[in-house]
Design a protein around this ligand. Sequence first.
Ligand code: AMP
Ligand code: ZN
Ligand code: FE
Ligand code: FE
Length: 288
Amino acid sequence: MSGGRVDLHTHSTRSDGAYPPAEVVRRAAARGVRVQALTDHDTLSGVPEAAAEGERLGVRLIAGVELNTESEWGDVHVLGYFLDPADAELEERLRWLREQRRRRIELMVQNLDRLGIAVTIEHVERIAQGGSPGRPHLAQALLEAGHTRTFDQAFTSDFIGKDAKAYVARVGLGPAEAVALIRARGGAPSLAHPGTAERVDELVPLLVGSGLVGIECYYGEHTPEATSRYLALARRHGLVPTGGSDFHGRGEHGAALGGVSVPAESVAALEAARARWREYHAARVGER
Ligand code: AMP
Ligand code: ZN
Ligand code: FE
Ligand code: FE
């Protein structure tokens, strides 16, 4: 792999990003990205379009996904790499997650309505452009309806922040289940932005037991001290340090495409970890 930036965490209109998959790749390429993972929430549907554009522009596109989980461990998001968009079994699980996601947004719309904050599900769906709906789409609708002055204001206790009256908890996977699902489908799971998780020193060994392969050490919101701490955690547990922008193209969440420095060795190490595991698995099947 020669030169170029690496970005292993990006979102498109297939979930809560602002730009279509091919456009995200074009913008990444223009910023010098040569390896990009598209990691939309609960869907791989943007991967073929992004990969085709990547091929045209010399960007290697890694098929990824981000699974936001619900548990007592805070905001635990699990990234999955090297998945197959044509994997029907995986798609079935993702479809269920997307249904739960939509239901949760509908419930939050109803709660807001009861609190006198009028916003419609049709408006949210229009913003989602057919993508997997999430709180960022609802935040955009609240902004457009004039209930908030900024996109980020929606994530406070007055609207749909975690401690807000209108907030609805997620029905979905726990952190270990998300890791196990990605491993079971032949992918490499990495713990996203570990700073949003609680008691991460206890959580990481638990997830390693379920097959965690990486941890997102390089992230826009990490201080140099935080990055060092997560790199030490990665070393302690034999995890691959991953990283990315978490670009959404909307609000202040996430960095610019390619804006977080990620070593190319991380990609090679992720692939090696996955290959080792596949060999081991094949040998075990052979033993039977
Ligand atoms: P959801 O999965 O629907 O609960 O939405 C979570 C997503 O909302 C995260 O993945 C972020 O993209 C976005 N988000 C969470 N907190 C904030 C925030 N304070 N400001 C802007 N976006 C946020
Ligand atoms: Zn998102
Ligand atoms: Fe996330
Ligand atoms: Fe993300």
